[in-house]
Design a protein around this ligand. Structure first.
Ligand SMILES: Cc1ncc(COP(=O)(O)O)c(C=O)c1O
Length: 295
Protein backbone atom coordinates (compact mmCIF):
# COMPACT_ATOMS: atom_id res chain seq x y z
CA UNK A 1 0.00 0.00 0.00
CA UNK A 2 2.74 2.40 1.01
CA UNK A 3 4.92 1.57 -1.99
CA UNK A 4 1.98 1.94 -4.36
CA UNK A 5 1.11 5.34 -2.89
CA UNK A 6 4.68 6.56 -3.30
CA UNK A 7 4.90 5.31 -6.89
CA UNK A 8 1.46 6.33 -8.13
CA UNK A 9 0.67 9.50 -6.27
CA UNK A 10 4.09 10.95 -5.50
CA UNK A 11 5.62 9.51 -8.71
CA UNK A 12 8.67 8.20 -6.89
CA UNK A 13 10.43 5.57 -9.00
CA UNK A 14 13.71 4.76 -7.27
CA UNK A 15 14.01 2.51 -4.24
CA UNK A 16 16.97 1.07 -2.36
CA UNK A 17 16.97 -1.98 -0.10
CA UNK A 18 19.79 -3.59 1.82
CA UNK A 19 22.05 -6.25 0.37
CA UNK A 20 20.97 -8.81 1.51
CA UNK A 21 17.32 -8.23 2.42
CA UNK A 22 13.97 -9.97 2.86
CA UNK A 23 13.36 -11.73 -0.47
CA UNK A 24 10.12 -9.86 -1.19
CA UNK A 25 11.24 -6.22 -1.05
CA UNK A 26 12.27 -6.07 -4.69
CA UNK A 27 9.04 -7.67 -5.91
CA UNK A 28 6.79 -5.51 -3.71
CA UNK A 29 8.39 -2.27 -4.89
CA UNK A 30 8.69 -3.34 -8.54
CA UNK A 31 5.05 -4.44 -8.66
CA UNK A 32 4.00 -1.20 -7.00
CA UNK A 33 5.49 0.75 -9.92
CA UNK A 34 9.08 1.46 -8.90
CA UNK A 35 11.12 1.19 -12.09
CA UNK A 36 14.55 1.65 -10.56
CA UNK A 37 15.27 -0.68 -7.63
CA UNK A 38 18.79 -1.00 -6.26
CA UNK A 39 20.57 -2.42 -3.26
CA UNK A 40 22.80 -0.59 -0.80
CA UNK A 41 25.71 -2.34 0.88
CA UNK A 42 24.80 -3.62 4.32
CA UNK A 43 26.65 -6.79 5.21
CA UNK A 44 30.39 -7.23 5.54
CA UNK A 45 30.64 -11.00 5.11
CA UNK A 46 34.35 -11.14 5.95
CA UNK A 47 34.06 -9.46 9.33
CA UNK A 48 30.43 -10.52 9.85
CA UNK A 49 29.28 -7.02 10.75
CA UNK A 50 27.30 -4.13 9.25
CA UNK A 51 29.28 -2.55 6.40
CA UNK A 52 28.51 0.96 7.62
CA UNK A 53 31.10 2.62 5.34
CA UNK A 54 29.62 0.97 2.23
CA UNK A 55 26.07 1.67 3.44
CA UNK A 56 26.76 5.40 3.89
CA UNK A 57 28.62 5.67 0.58
CA UNK A 58 25.69 4.12 -1.29
CA UNK A 59 23.24 6.49 0.41
CA UNK A 60 25.48 9.44 -0.55
CA UNK A 61 25.25 8.48 -4.20
CA UNK A 62 21.48 7.79 -4.25
CA UNK A 63 19.51 10.39 -6.20
CA UNK A 64 17.35 12.84 -4.21
CA UNK A 65 13.84 11.48 -3.41
CA UNK A 66 14.96 7.86 -3.55
CA UNK A 67 13.00 5.67 -1.15
CA UNK A 68 15.33 3.98 1.34
CA UNK A 69 13.91 0.79 2.82
CA UNK A 70 15.29 0.30 6.32
CA UNK A 71 14.75 -2.69 8.61
CA UNK A 72 13.62 -1.05 11.87
CA UNK A 73 15.20 -3.79 14.00
CA UNK A 74 16.38 -7.42 13.89
CA UNK A 75 17.49 -7.24 10.26
CA UNK A 76 16.36 -10.13 8.06
CA UNK A 77 18.43 -12.12 7.13
CA UNK A 78 21.67 -11.03 8.83
CA UNK A 79 20.45 -10.53 12.42
CA UNK A 80 22.73 -7.47 12.66
CA UNK A 81 21.39 -3.96 13.24
CA UNK A 82 23.27 -0.68 13.01
CA UNK A 83 24.30 0.70 16.41
CA UNK A 84 22.64 3.88 17.67
CA UNK A 85 25.67 5.88 16.51
CA UNK A 86 25.44 4.29 13.07
CA UNK A 87 21.68 5.01 12.88
CA UNK A 88 22.50 8.66 13.59
CA UNK A 89 24.98 8.68 10.69
CA UNK A 90 22.41 7.02 8.40
CA UNK A 91 19.75 9.53 9.42
CA UNK A 92 22.09 12.45 8.78
CA UNK A 93 22.73 11.34 5.17
CA UNK A 94 19.05 10.53 4.55
CA UNK A 95 18.10 14.02 5.71
CA UNK A 96 20.87 15.92 3.95
CA UNK A 97 20.39 14.09 0.63
CA UNK A 98 16.58 14.45 0.73
CA UNK A 99 15.97 10.70 0.70
CA UNK A 100 12.68 9.18 1.86
CA UNK A 101 12.93 6.63 4.69
CA UNK A 102 10.53 3.70 4.61
CA UNK A 103 10.91 1.55 7.72
CA UNK A 104 9.94 -2.10 7.55
CA UNK A 105 9.28 -3.23 11.10
CA UNK A 106 8.55 -6.95 11.05
CA UNK A 107 10.29 -8.07 14.26
CA UNK A 108 9.59 -5.46 16.92
CA UNK A 109 10.40 -7.03 20.28
CA UNK A 110 12.65 -9.71 18.82
CA UNK A 111 15.87 -7.69 19.05
CA UNK A 112 15.95 -6.68 22.72
CA UNK A 113 12.82 -8.31 24.11
CA UNK A 114 11.27 -4.85 24.56
CA UNK A 115 9.14 -3.47 21.69
CA UNK A 116 9.68 0.12 22.88
CA UNK A 117 13.49 -0.25 22.87
CA UNK A 118 13.34 -1.88 19.43
CA UNK A 119 11.55 1.20 18.08
CA UNK A 120 14.51 3.47 18.90
CA UNK A 121 15.69 4.07 15.31
CA UNK A 122 12.19 4.96 14.09
CA UNK A 123 11.68 7.42 16.95
CA UNK A 124 15.10 8.94 16.34
CA UNK A 125 14.30 9.59 12.67
CA UNK A 126 10.98 11.19 13.68
CA UNK A 127 12.75 13.41 16.24
CA UNK A 128 15.02 14.63 13.44
CA UNK A 129 11.95 15.99 11.66
CA UNK A 130 11.86 13.50 8.79
CA UNK A 131 8.66 12.51 7.03
CA UNK A 132 8.42 8.78 6.47
CA UNK A 133 6.37 5.63 6.13
CA UNK A 134 6.58 2.78 8.62
CA UNK A 135 5.20 -0.63 7.70
CA UNK A 136 4.73 -2.57 10.93
CA UNK A 137 3.84 -6.25 10.86
CA UNK A 138 2.20 -8.10 13.72
CA UNK A 139 2.64 -11.50 12.06
CA UNK A 140 5.64 -12.50 14.17
CA UNK A 141 5.26 -10.65 17.43
CA UNK A 142 1.61 -11.74 17.76
CA UNK A 143 2.06 -15.13 16.11
CA UNK A 144 -0.68 -14.19 13.63
CA UNK A 145 1.04 -15.34 10.48
CA UNK A 146 -1.85 -15.70 8.06
CA UNK A 147 -4.10 -12.91 9.20
CA UNK A 148 -2.36 -10.04 7.32
CA UNK A 149 -2.22 -7.75 10.34
CA UNK A 150 -0.09 -4.65 10.33
CA UNK A 151 0.00 -0.88 10.42
CA UNK A 152 1.12 1.56 7.82
CA UNK A 153 2.11 4.60 9.84
CA UNK A 154 2.56 7.86 7.98
CA UNK A 155 4.64 10.65 9.47
CA UNK A 156 3.82 14.00 7.89
CA UNK A 157 5.06 17.43 8.90
CA UNK A 158 2.06 19.28 7.49
CA UNK A 159 -1.24 18.07 9.04
CA UNK A 160 -3.25 19.87 6.35
CA UNK A 161 -2.09 17.17 3.90
CA UNK A 162 -3.78 14.38 5.90
CA UNK A 163 -7.29 14.57 4.32
CA UNK A 164 -5.97 14.41 0.74
CA UNK A 165 -3.51 11.70 1.74
CA UNK A 166 -6.36 9.65 3.21
CA UNK A 167 -8.63 10.00 0.21
CA UNK A 168 -5.88 8.92 -2.21
CA UNK A 169 -4.96 6.00 0.04
CA UNK A 170 -8.59 4.88 0.25
CA UNK A 171 -8.75 4.72 -3.54
CA UNK A 172 -5.63 2.56 -3.65
CA UNK A 173 -7.02 0.23 -0.99
CA UNK A 174 -10.43 0.03 -2.65
CA UNK A 175 -8.88 -0.99 -5.97
CA UNK A 176 -6.43 -3.34 -4.33
CA UNK A 177 -8.11 -5.52 -1.72
CA UNK A 178 -11.27 -3.51 -1.12
CA UNK A 179 -11.57 -4.54 2.55
CA UNK A 180 -8.74 -5.85 4.71
CA UNK A 181 -9.31 -9.03 6.77
CA UNK A 182 -10.65 -8.01 10.18
CA UNK A 183 -10.25 -10.75 12.74
CA UNK A 184 -6.49 -10.74 13.31
CA UNK A 185 -6.60 -6.95 13.51
CA UNK A 186 -9.29 -7.15 16.20
CA UNK A 187 -7.11 -9.46 18.28
CA UNK A 188 -4.15 -7.07 18.04
CA UNK A 189 -6.31 -4.01 18.78
CA UNK A 190 -7.81 -5.74 21.81
CA UNK A 191 -4.41 -6.70 23.24
CA UNK A 192 -2.79 -3.32 22.59
CA UNK A 193 -5.79 -1.49 24.04
CA UNK A 194 -6.16 -3.47 27.27
CA UNK A 195 -3.69 -2.75 30.08
CA UNK A 196 -3.63 -6.31 31.44
CA UNK A 197 -3.47 -8.08 28.07
CA UNK A 198 -0.77 -5.66 26.95
CA UNK A 199 1.39 -6.57 29.98
CA UNK A 200 0.86 -10.27 29.23
CA UNK A 201 1.92 -9.71 25.64
CA UNK A 202 5.08 -7.84 26.74
CA UNK A 203 5.89 -10.77 29.04
CA UNK A 204 5.36 -13.26 26.20
CA UNK A 205 7.75 -11.28 23.98
CA UNK A 206 10.36 -11.31 26.78
CA UNK A 207 10.03 -15.08 27.20
CA UNK A 208 10.26 -15.69 23.47
CA UNK A 209 13.26 -13.43 22.88
CA UNK A 210 15.21 -14.69 25.88
CA UNK A 211 14.62 -18.27 24.72
CA UNK A 212 16.14 -17.32 21.35
CA UNK A 213 19.15 -15.79 23.14
CA UNK A 214 19.59 -18.98 25.19
CA UNK A 215 19.53 -21.08 22.03
CA UNK A 216 22.13 -18.85 20.39
CA UNK A 217 24.39 -19.27 23.40
CA UNK A 218 23.85 -23.04 23.44
CA UNK A 219 24.62 -23.39 19.72
CA UNK A 220 27.80 -21.33 20.06
CA UNK A 221 28.92 -23.22 23.19
CA UNK A 222 28.34 -26.59 21.51
CA UNK A 223 30.28 -25.61 18.38
CA UNK A 224 33.16 -24.30 20.47
CA UNK A 225 33.15 -27.48 22.59
CA UNK A 226 33.35 -29.56 19.40
CA UNK A 227 36.22 -27.37 18.18
CA UNK A 228 34.35 -26.68 14.96
CA UNK A 229 36.71 -24.76 12.63
CA UNK A 230 35.93 -21.03 12.40
CA UNK A 231 34.72 -18.44 14.90
CA UNK A 232 31.19 -18.48 16.29
CA UNK A 233 30.90 -15.15 18.08
CA UNK A 234 28.53 -13.91 15.38
CA UNK A 235 25.90 -16.43 16.53
CA UNK A 236 25.46 -14.56 19.81
CA UNK A 237 26.26 -11.10 18.43
CA UNK A 238 23.38 -11.37 15.97
CA UNK A 239 19.86 -10.68 17.22
CA UNK A 240 16.29 -11.59 16.37
CA UNK A 241 15.08 -14.92 15.09
CA UNK A 242 17.61 -15.36 12.29
CA UNK A 243 21.28 -16.17 12.19
CA UNK A 244 23.40 -15.66 9.14
CA UNK A 245 25.56 -18.64 10.01
CA UNK A 246 28.20 -18.30 7.30
CA UNK A 247 27.48 -21.85 6.05
CA UNK A 248 27.85 -22.19 2.29
CA UNK A 249 25.22 -23.48 -0.10
CA UNK A 250 26.95 -26.89 -0.33
CA UNK A 251 27.20 -27.17 3.43
CA UNK A 252 23.49 -26.32 3.75
CA UNK A 253 22.56 -28.98 1.17
CA UNK A 254 24.69 -31.51 3.09
CA UNK A 255 22.75 -30.69 6.28
CA UNK A 256 19.45 -31.09 4.45
CA UNK A 257 20.37 -34.40 2.79
CA UNK A 258 22.19 -36.09 5.64
CA UNK A 259 20.53 -34.65 8.75
CA UNK A 260 17.18 -33.24 7.56
CA UNK A 261 18.13 -29.84 8.98
CA UNK A 262 16.68 -27.08 6.85
CA UNK A 263 17.77 -23.49 6.32
CA UNK A 264 18.06 -21.09 3.39
CA UNK A 265 20.86 -21.83 0.93
CA UNK A 266 22.50 -18.49 1.83
CA UNK A 267 23.11 -19.96 5.31
CA UNK A 268 20.29 -18.14 7.10
CA UNK A 269 18.99 -20.29 9.95
CA UNK A 270 15.88 -19.74 12.02
CA UNK A 271 17.08 -19.92 15.62
CA UNK A 272 13.48 -20.42 16.84
CA UNK A 273 13.74 -23.95 15.42
CA UNK A 274 16.33 -24.85 18.08
CA UNK A 275 15.43 -26.24 21.50
CA UNK A 276 17.26 -27.91 24.38
CA UNK A 277 16.57 -31.34 22.87
CA UNK A 278 17.86 -30.73 19.34
CA UNK A 279 20.62 -28.14 19.72
CA UNK A 280 23.32 -30.79 20.26
CA UNK A 281 22.20 -32.75 17.19
CA UNK A 282 22.24 -29.56 15.09
CA UNK A 283 25.67 -28.54 16.42
CA UNK A 284 27.19 -31.94 15.60
CA UNK A 285 25.66 -31.83 12.13
CA UNK A 286 27.07 -28.34 11.49
CA UNK A 287 30.46 -29.52 12.76
CA UNK A 288 30.36 -32.46 10.31
CA UNK A 289 29.32 -30.18 7.41
CA UNK A 290 32.09 -27.66 8.09
CA UNK A 291 34.77 -30.34 8.39
CA UNK A 292 33.69 -32.43 5.41
CA UNK A 293 32.23 -30.03 2.86
CA UNK A 294 34.75 -27.52 1.60
CA UNK A 295 33.40 -24.80 -0.65
C1 LIG B 1 11.71 -7.71 6.76
C2 LIG B 1 10.34 -8.31 6.59
N1 LIG B 1 9.31 -7.54 6.24
C3 LIG B 1 8.06 -8.05 6.10
C4 LIG B 1 7.82 -9.40 6.28
C5 LIG B 1 6.43 -9.91 6.07
O1 LIG B 1 5.51 -9.44 6.98
P1 LIG B 1 3.98 -9.84 6.76
O2 LIG B 1 3.88 -11.31 6.95
O3 LIG B 1 3.23 -9.07 7.80
O4 LIG B 1 3.63 -9.43 5.37
C6 LIG B 1 8.90 -10.24 6.63
C7 LIG B 1 8.78 -11.68 6.82
O5 LIG B 1 7.90 -12.39 6.54
C8 LIG B 1 10.17 -9.68 6.79
O6 LIG B 1 11.22 -10.44 7.13
Amino acid sequence: MGAEFLARILKLKTAYYSDPTWGNHDMVFTNAGFTSCHSYRFWDSVNKRVDIEGFLEDLESAPSKSVIILHGCAHNPTGMDPTKEQWKQICEVVKRKNLFPFFDMAYQGFASGDPAADGWAVRYFIEQGLEMFIAQSFAKNFGLYNERVGHLTIVLNDPSAIPSFKSQMQLIIRANWSNPPAHGARIVAKVLGDRELYQQWLQAIQTMSSRIREMRAALKANLEKLGTPGTWDHITQQIGMFSYTGLTRDQVMYLVDKYHIFMLTDGRANICGLNTKNVEYVSKAIDDAIRNVKS
